[in-house]
Ligand binder design. Structure first.
Ligand SMILES: NC(=O)c1ccc[n+]([C@@H]2O[C@H](COP(=O)([O-])OP(=O)(O)OC[C@H]3O[C@@H](n4cnc5c(N)ncnc54)[C@H](OP(=O)(O)O)[C@@H]3O)[C@@H](O)[C@H]2O)c1
Length: 239
């Protein structure tokens, strides 16, 4: 199988790239950190050093990759906002890294997926997409956008024979979460996260979410009457 992974230089994507390589698949690893890309290249991956927010460079880099069976669009970032300082620069950075780069990546990989046996497009969102969480004005909005985008592509790409999955991880220990200064319940290792994602892909799941105890809880909270969730969420804000 030929699999492209964005955000392959760190965390969840790094683990996915190693796991697919270990199983003998052809891996195309995308990221910016050249040192990490060099390690993946030594292990047998084809590597692409790309800033995915740079539309032209990304489309040029992805052009001519040839047929792809699987594209896992995982690159992303997280910044939290602290009210009442609405930092629109941070908001724009997050939307650019998570949403714009996703749109550009989709444009780049779709021609490689269409017509391929068992083609699947996978987008990594977050459990933060399930409901409004304090400080996640930017991150949660970006992941909710990805959720909508991939749920729609799941419908609109069906005729092209491209299956679509969205991934909703809970907390995973990676450089992204190592910056967090708050408790992260039920945090998983990147190895476990990659295992869940690969299993979900193998099963052809549309929504891949884990750990279930955490993601089901958030989904249930999301079903509460809005007023009830607002009251609970307000208590989570530090005084
Ligand atoms: N960790 C969690 O708890 C968690 C939970 C839910 C969802 N997620 C999502 O899972 C995905 C992976 O997160 P992670 O925890 O593994 O984070 P991470 O260790 O910080 O890795 C992020 C990856 O994204 C790449 N990236 C970011 N901006 C990029 C850009 N402009 N161009 C190219 N590559 C870019 C980075 O590559 P370079 O640094 O080489 O550019 C890196 O490989 C993200 O979408 C994140 O939102 C994570």
């Amino acid at each position: 199988m030929k699999v492209l992974i964005t955000g392959a230089t760190s965390g969840i994507g790094w683990q996915l790239a190693h796991d697919y390589l270990d199983e003998g698949h052809d891996v195309i690893a995308v990221g910016r950190k050249r040192q990490a890309l060099a390690v993946l290249k030594d292990k047998g991956a084809k590597v692409l050093a790309l800033d995915l927010t740079d539309r032209q460079a990304t489309l040029d880099g992805l052009a001519g990759l040839g047929p792809l069976n699987l594209a896992i669009l995982n690159a992303g970032t997280c910044e939290y906002l602290d009210m009442p300082d609405f930092d629109s620069a941070a908001f724009i950075r997050v939307m650019r890294a998570n949403v714009e780069s996703m749109a550009i990546s989709i444009e780049g990989v779709l021609p490689c997926l269409i017509g391929c046996e068992g083609a699947r497009l996978v987008g990594v969102a977050s459990a933060a997409a399930y409901l409004p969480l304090p400080r996640a004005e930017a991150y949660g909005a970006s992941k909710a956008a990805i959720r909508y985008l991939f749920d729609t592509l799941d419908i609109t790409l069906a005729r092209q024979g491209v299956a679509v999955s969205t991934v909703f991880p809970g907390f995973v220990k990676t450089p992204l979460t190592d910056k967090n200064d708050f408790a992260m319940p039920m945090q998983l290792s990147a190895q476990d996260a990659a295992r869940y994602i690969r299993r979900g892909i193998d099963k052809g799941q549309r929504h891949i979410h884990f750990p279930k105890a955490f993601t089901w809880t958030l989904q249930l909270l999301g079903l509460l009457p809005q007023g009830l969730w607002r009251r609970l969420a307000k208590r989570m804000i530090k005084a």
